[in-house]
Design a binder for this molecule. Structure first.
Ligand code: FES
Length: 73
C-alpha cells in the first residue's frame, strides 16, 4: 500500500509546499505574489509565518545553487 502525504503550506486554500516551490520558481518573491498566484495566505493568515520561512528557504537555495544540486541527488 502506498501512502501519499501532502504537506500544506496554506490550509485555507489547500496550497501545498510543492506548489509554493513551483510558484517561487515561476517568479513569486513575496507572500503577496503567492497570494495573487495561488491564493495562499489570503484567508485566515495563520500560514504567513510558514510562507515566510518557505520563501527564505527557497531564496537561500537559489543563492547557493550548489546546495540545491546536492539536495536533488
Ligand atoms: S492557512 Fe493560509 S490563509 Fe489560512
Amino acid at each position: 500500500m502506498r501512502v501519499t502525504i501532502k504537506m500544506f503550506a496554506c490550509v485555507c486554500h489547500g496550497v501545498s509546499h510543492r506548489r509554493v516551490e513551483q510558484t517561487v520558481r515561476d517568479g513569486a518573491c513575496t507572500i503577496s505574489d503567492l497570494g495573487r498566484r495561488t491564493g495562499a495566505g489570503t484567508g485566515c493568515g495563520q500560514c504567513h509565518h510558514r510562507l515566510d520561512a518557505l520563501l527564505d528557504q527557497l531564496r537561500a537555495r537559489r543563492a547557493t545553487p550548489k546546495a540545491e544540486a546536492l539536495a536533488a541527488k
